[in-house]
Ligand binder design. Structure first.
Ligand SMILES: NC(=O)c1ccc[n+]([C@@H]2O[C@H](COP(=O)([O-])OP(=O)(O)OC[C@H]3O[C@@H](n4cnc5c(N)ncnc54)[C@H](O)[C@@H]3O)[C@@H](O)[C@H]2O)c1
Length: 210
């Protein structure tokens, strides 16, 4: 496979979408898919899909369709490597427990929600969807013992910076930040911010312009 061409960021961002589509195709017993099928399912124009897939070397050559199994393997390697990710949810309130109840089933085979943490004594010790909520005092020890490298931050904004610093010191390499706070961390850790109000506002904007 020709992996020499560097995959551009815009293409990288679409890989999880392609991955999910190919995963669903695999589940339905489909071996090959065409760029037109991908385009219709994901609402991405065919030219963009063909350009994206041209970065995937031999696998991205279509002709009689893209091979589902080989591309799934390729996407998985490029999305997260072959490494299994151990994830912790920090703050098991409304949002944290909703995420614990959501199985992340499309990437489940490569990620493991190891633990949740909270400091509210009525939540600590409970189990949500098979995951135990530990006291946040145990974060450092659990991170080391279980090789936790990703944290999903669902805490109140005012304690999130302090928590991010603790997580960084505990060796966490990636934070999915649901709090409205923009976290100040060093270069060795990647923060991805999720803000549903921004998404909703974007929806309102597009609705106004149709
Ligand atoms: N990004 C989004 O789209 C989006 C949507 C909803 C909520 N949020 C944000 O997510 C966060 C959580 O929201 P929520 O509704 O689940 O709040 P919540 O109050 O229900 O949950 C927060 C949890 O954090 C725990 N907590 C507080 N301080 C802690 C600490 N120092 N250590 C450990 N645990 C601690 C609390 O006990 C509580 O269980 C908030 O920052 C909120 O603004 C973001």
């Amino acid at each position: 496979m020709n992996n020499k061409k560097k995959i551009p960021n815009a293409t990288m961002k679409r890989l999880p979408l392609y991955y999910r589509f190919f995963k669903n195709s695999e589940k339905s017993g489909v071996d090959r898919v065409s760029s037109r099928e991908i385009s219709e399912a994901l609402d991405i124009d065919s030219a963009t899909i063909r350009r994206d897939f041209s970065y995937f070397g031999e696998l991205g050559r279509k002709g009689y369709g893209y091979n589902v199994k080989s591309l799934l393997k390729f996407f998985m390697e490029h999305i997260q490597g072959n490494q299994k990710r151990n994830v912790a949810i920090i703050g098991a309130g409304n949002l944290g427990s909703a995420l614990l109840n959501y199985k992340f089933s499309n990437i489940n085979d490569r990620m493991n929600i190891v633990a949740a943490f909270d400091n509210n004594s009525s939540i600590v010790g409970t189990t949500i969807n098979d995951t135990t909520v530990h006291h946040s005092d145990e974060i450092e020890k659990m991170a080391e013992d279980h090789g936790i490298d990703v944290a999903i931050l669902t805490l109140p904004a005012e304690v999130s910076q302090e928590m991010a610093e603790r997580l960084e010191a505990a060796g966490i390499k990636g934070i999915l930040n649901f709090t409205p706070m923009r976290l100040d961390v060093s270069d060795g850790i990647y923060v991805h911010n999720i803000d549903l109000s921004v998404e909703l506002q974007a929806l309102f904007f597009y609705m106004k312009h149709i």
